[in-house]
Design a protein around this ligand. Structure first.
Ligand code: SF4
Length: 571
């Protein structure tokens, strides 16, 4: 096969060579589940019972994998099955099988038969990490029991490595075994590196610091990350003079207009703020690969439906309009139109799932409509109110403005920008309520700043006061609330509570401002990590690292806010 490369008369590159070898290897396959006349047989333990082999290899001997985790049936437990069998199990009825009883014994018997089938050699193996998550895996109890039987000594995960027959095999070789066989400089360095490490002569690798900036930086990263008890630049604490100067000049929240949601991002996880807000890096969304509509698109869709619905009604019936039962029909029509628009954009995922999603959106809209129908106090008055930003290609409320909303707390002023979904006024125009629609799960608590993770509502109270103040002198902003459409639950932050929590709000904003200027952008594992687009970058070790370095005095201010949350929740 390789001679074919010679026949071309063109020297083959390493890439061509590797590709060819891979192709050849892929053509060789062993059918699973069939006994071979010659060569290896790949079968499950059940099929191999009682058949002797020269050599037996049992892979995957990891905990919970072999023997597998034996679970009860979640709906009908074993003891309930026994009761049913006692009553209904007759000669004509097969008894219900028990899900756990005897299963471990069965697995043990299969294992005994499999190892007994090896005439000359037995290889038992287990993966040390779980591919995909990087989590450590432990050897199975069967594997440990086998080693115990062979050595006559108790063993565990640590002692297993000392077993004379234990061999550790890397997932893939980083390079050829001998540097002389390296095809290029990189492979030579890698191969030399491994050889020297095997010979415990790590110092011989120091020449790499001179020749490879990548190696030098990698070494620095490893030693800083795992050797130091304080956060370094590699974990998001920037400390160089230049970096701090740039942060103070360009990123101070007192020197630019900021949106409450972005401040919430910082409060939740400073690293996320660095990557998404400051560096502007976003996950690549590939609509054609999305099985269902993306949560952000769903939010935009629902906002769009409700905005059209209310602005149409207001235009037709005037500012103090009443909702009527027949308006539900109008809501459906608008929703249908918007559904089609979103379908045409190609963001709605697989057709069948989209049908399910549409039905659920309509259900939530109906619940929402019925609640609005019973509303007697407030009238939806202003919709999509923009402030601190230039107009978009979108019909907005007449009170929208490019002027930012200024909030002065403790002598310092923050300039806010944003967009409010809706402001309702009472019939006498003396009180107002801010509403923000949410399509996700309930993630806020009433009158709770959640250590800065809910800043939108209290800051909306300030914004509404300034935006309405010009037209409605002396108006009272009663509350700002999230309306979670899925659960039909409003979560308010009341104006009176804002007075009580003003000092805490000030402390949170000041801390965020100071931490940004001081270069604190650490990754803080939290309950929202599983939805975070950066979780693959963060890796599985972020939590360990955070715990190791949490006593770093430079992050104390930030951690004090988090501690405040714990206290607030207890109260
Ligand atoms: S995964 Fe968690 S720790 Fe990492 S950036 Fe996202 S929120 Fe922060």
């Amino acid at each position: 096969m390789l001679s074919e490369l010679d026949a071309t008369g063109i020297p083959a590159s390493q890439g061509d060579f590797t590709r060819l070898v891979e192709e050849v290897l892929q053509e060789v396959f062993i059918p699973a589940g069939k006994f071979q006349r010659t060569g290896p047989t790949v079968v499950d333990l059940m099929a191999a019972r009682g058949v002797p082999f020269k050599m037996v290899i049992i892979p995957g001997m990891a905990e919970k994998f072999f023997p597998p985790l034996i679970r009860q049936d979640a709906i009908l437990l074993d003891h309930e099955r026994k009761i049913l069998n006692r009553f209904f199990g007759g000669k004509d009825t097969e008894p219900l099988p028990l899900k756990t009883e005897g299963r471990l014994e069965e697995e043990r018997l299969l294992y005994r038969l499999a190892i007994g089938a090896a005439k000359e050699k037995l290889i038992l193996s287990f993966p040390r990490i779980e591919i995909g998550t990087g989590k450590e895996r432990l050897p199975s109890s069967f594997l440990l029991a086998s080693v115990r039987a062979l050595t006559g000594e108790g063993t565990d995960f640590q002692k297993l490595e000392k077993f004379p027959g234990f061999i550790r095999i890397a997932l893939s070789d980083i390079a050829v075994r001998s540097p002389e066989r390296a095809l290029d400089e990189v492979e030579f360095d890698l191969s030399t590196g491994r050889q020297k490490l095997d010979q415990r002569e790590a110092e011989a690798l120091l020449y790499l610091l001179e020749v490879s900036p990548f190696f030098a930086r990698g070494l620095l990263l490893e030693s800083s990350r795992w050797g130091k008890k304080i956060f370094t630049g590699f974990e998001g604490v920037l400390s160089s003079k230049e970096a701090l100067q740039i942060l103070q000049e360009r990123y101070s929240i007192f020197k630019k207009t900021v949106s409450p949601t972005r401040l919430e991002v910082y409060a939740c996880c400073p690293y996320q703020y660095l990557v998404k807000v400051m560096m502007g890096i976003e996950a690549l969304v590939e609509p054609e690969k999305q099985p269902t509509i993306h949560p952000l698109d769903k939010g935009t869709l629902v906002h769009s439906i409700l905005w059209r619905f209310f602005t149409d009604l207001r235009r037709e019936r005037g500012s103090s309009f009443h909702l009527e039962t027949k308006d539900l029909e109008r809501l459906f029509k608008i929703a249908d139109k918007e559904f089609v628009e979103f379908e045409q954009r190609g963001v709605t995922g697989y057709p069948m799932l989209w049908e399910v999603e549409k039905r659920s959106i309509l259900d939530h809209l109906v619940d929402f409509f019925n609640k609005e129908l019973n509303e007697t106090e407030f009238i939806p008055t202003y919709f999509e109110i923009r402030y601190g930003m230039k107009p978009l290609d979108f019909q907005e409320s007449e009170i929208s403005t490019e002027e930012p909303v200024s909030v002065t707390l403790g002598g310092k002023t923050i300039h806010l920008k944003g967009r409010i979904d809706r402001i309702d006024l009472t019939r006498d125009g003396k009180r107002a309520r801010v509403r923000d629609y949410k399509t996700g799960e309930v993630s806020a608590k009433a009158n709770d700043l959640q250590a800065g993770r809910t800043l939108q509502l209290p800051l909306y109270l300030y914004a509404a006061r300034q935006l309405l103040g010009r037209l409605h002198k002396g108006i009272e902003i009663e509350s700002a609330e999230y309306y979670f459409l899925k659960s039909g639950k409003p979560v308010p932050f009341s104006g009176s509570e804002l007075q009580a929590k003003k000092a805490t709000l000030q402390q949170i904003l000041e801390t965020i401002a100071r931490c940004i200027e001081d270069g604190v952008f650490i990754a803080v594992p939290n309950d929202r990590c599983r939805y975070c687009e950066l979780k693959t970058i963060c890796g599985t070790w972020t939590e360990t690292l955070f715990e190791r370095k949490a006593k770093d005095p430079r992050v104390k201010g930030y951690l004090t806010i988090l501690a405040g949350e714990a206290k607030e929740s207890e109260e």
